[in-house]
Design a binder for this molecule. Structure first.
Ligand SMILES: NC(=O)c1ccc[n+]([C@@H]2O[C@H](COP(=O)([O-])OP(=O)(O)OC[C@H]3O[C@@H](n4cnc5c(N)ncnc54)[C@H](O)[C@@H]3O)[C@@H](O)[C@H]2O)c1
Length: 330
C-alpha cells in the first residue's frame, strides 16, 4: 500500500491527481501540504472527504486524504510531512512566467528553496520516489520539437527556478540514491483551471463572460496543449513505474497548435455546448512570448508507456462543459 505526499494538492493539477491516486486500491493515503494561496479546502473536499491536521507535526491519517496547511518554505514542516511517506509529488510552486518577473525573489525562494526543502526532507525520511513538476519554460527559445536533450537557457526567472529544481533532483538521485523524476509539463488545460492565467483557461473565461478574446501578435504562435487527465496519468506513471531515477521527461502531446487554431476549435466547442462566441481582438505580441513551442514525447512513450490520448476538440468540450457547470452551480 502506497503512502503519498502531494505538495500543492489543492491546486489545478493537484486536485485531479489526488482523485486519480485515491481511486487506486493500492493507495494507503494521500497527505497534502498546501498554503491555500490558490487552492482551497472546498476544492479539496469536492475530490474526497479529508481530515485536516492541526499542529506542526501531522500524525498518521485516519482518513485516506489528509490536509496539512503550510508553506513549502517551512523546512521543519517539510521534515514532518515527509515522515511515513513512500512517494512525494512536488507540485506547489510560484507558477508562471508573469509572477516570476513581478517578484523574482519570491519565485526563487518558493521554487528553489521550497523544492530543496522537500528533496532534503524526502532523503532524511527515507522516501523512495520524488516526482517534481518542472516546466517547458526551462528550455527557453529553441527550435521545436523540444526534447530532454536540448540545451536549457530559460527566458524567465520561473524557467530558471524550475531548472534549479531539476538540477537538485538530479543531484539527489546521484548523491543519495533518491529516485527522482522531473516532468516538464507543457501547457495544461482542463477542468479545475478556473483560476489559471494560461491561454485556454483565459479564453474560456473571457468567452463565457462575453468579453473579447485577446490574441497577442498574429495568432501564429504555437503551443502544445495537454488535457489534464493525460497529464495526471503521466504523473501517476512517473510515481509508480519501477526503475526510474534521475530522469527528466517532456509531458506534452507532441502536437503544435497555433493560437488561431485554438480559437477556431474553442468556437466549435462553445457552440457544441450551446454557448456563444465573442469578438476576437489583436494586440501587440508580448516580450518573451515564445513563437513556436511543442515537445517530442518519445522518451515518455518508451520509458513510461505513456502518450497523450485526448485530442484538443474533445478536451476543449470537456473543459467548456465543466466551466458551464461551475457557473450553473454558482
Ligand atoms: N498548469 C500548467 O499549465 C503548468 C505547466 C507547467 C508546469 N506547471 C507546474 O505544475 C505545478 C502545479 O501547477 P498548477 O497549475 O496546479 O498550479 P496551481 O496554482 O493551480 O496550484 C498550486 C498549488 O500550490 C499551492 N501553493 C502555492 N505556493 C505554495 C507554497 N509556497 N507553499 C505551499 N503551497 C503553495 C497553491 O495554494 C495551489 O493549491 C506547479 O509546480 C507548476 O509550476 C503547471
Amino acid at each position: 500500500m502506497t503512502r503519498y505526499l502531494v505538495t500543492g494538492g489543492c491546486g489545478f493539477i493537484g486536485k485531479r491527481l489526488i482523485a486519480n491516486l485515491i481511486a487506486r486500491p493500492d493507495t494507503a493515503f494521500v497527505r497534502v501540504v498546501d498554503d491555500l494561496s490558490f487552492g482551497s479546502r472546498e476544492a479539496l473536499a469536492a475530490i474526497a472527504p479529508f481530515e485536516e491536521s492541526t499542529g506542526q507535526v501531522p500524525g498518521l491519517p485516519q482518513a485516506r486524504l489528509q490536509l496539512v496547511i503550510g508553506a513549502i518554505c517551512d523546512a521543519e514542516l517539510a521534515l514532518a510531512a515527509c515522515r511515513d511517506i513512500d512517494i512525494v509529488v512536488h507540485l506547489a510552486a510560484n507558477t508562471g512566467v508573469g509572477p516570476s518577473i513581478a517578484d523574482p525573489r519570491y519565485d526563487c525562494s518558493t521554487n528553489v528553496i521550497g523544492t530543496f526543502n522537500y528533496l532534503e526532507a524526502a532523503r532524511l525520511a527515507g522516501v523512495a520516489r520524488f516526482v517534481f513538476a518542472s516546466s517547458g519554460a526551462v528550455t527557453g527559445e529553441v527550435e521545436p520539437p523540444i526534447h530532454e536533450r536540448v540545451p536549457t537557457r530559460p527566458l524567465s526567472p520561473y524557467g530558471a527556478s524550475k531548472l534549479a529544481g531539476e538540477a537538485y533532483c538530479c543531484a539527489y538521485a546521484n548523491s543519495f540514491g533518491l529516485q527522482t523524476v522531473a516532468l516538464r509539463f507543457s501547457n495544461v488545460y482542463g477542468q479545475g483551471s478556473g483560476h489559471k492565467q494560461s491561454v485556454v483557461a483565459k479564453f474560456i473565461r473571457q468567452a463565457l463572460d462575453g468579453e473579447p478574446l485577446v490574441i497577442y501578435g498574429d495568432g501564429g504562435q504555437t503551443r502544445d496543449l495537454i488535457y489534464i487527465d493525460d497529464l495526471v496519468e503521466a504523473v501517476a506513471l512517473s510515481a509508480l513505474t519501477e526503475g526510474l531515477s534521475g530522469e527528466v521527461f517532456q509531458v506534452a502531446t507532441s502536437r503544435e497548435t497555433t493560437v488561431q487554431e485554438l480559437v477556431t476549435a474553442l468556437k466549435h466547442a462553445l457552440a457544441a455546448e450551446g454557448a456563444g462566441f465573442p469578438d476576437v481582438v489583436y494586440e501587440p505580441s508580448r516580450p518573451g512570448d515564445m513563437r513556436r513551442n511543442y515537445a517530442d514525447t518519445a522518451k515518455a512513450k518508451a520509458m513510461l508507456g505513456w502518450e497523450a490520448k485526448i485530442a484538443l476538440p474533445e478536451g476543449l468540450r470537456r473543459t467548456v462543459r465543466w466551466a458551464l457547470s461551475q457557473r450553473a452551480g454558482a
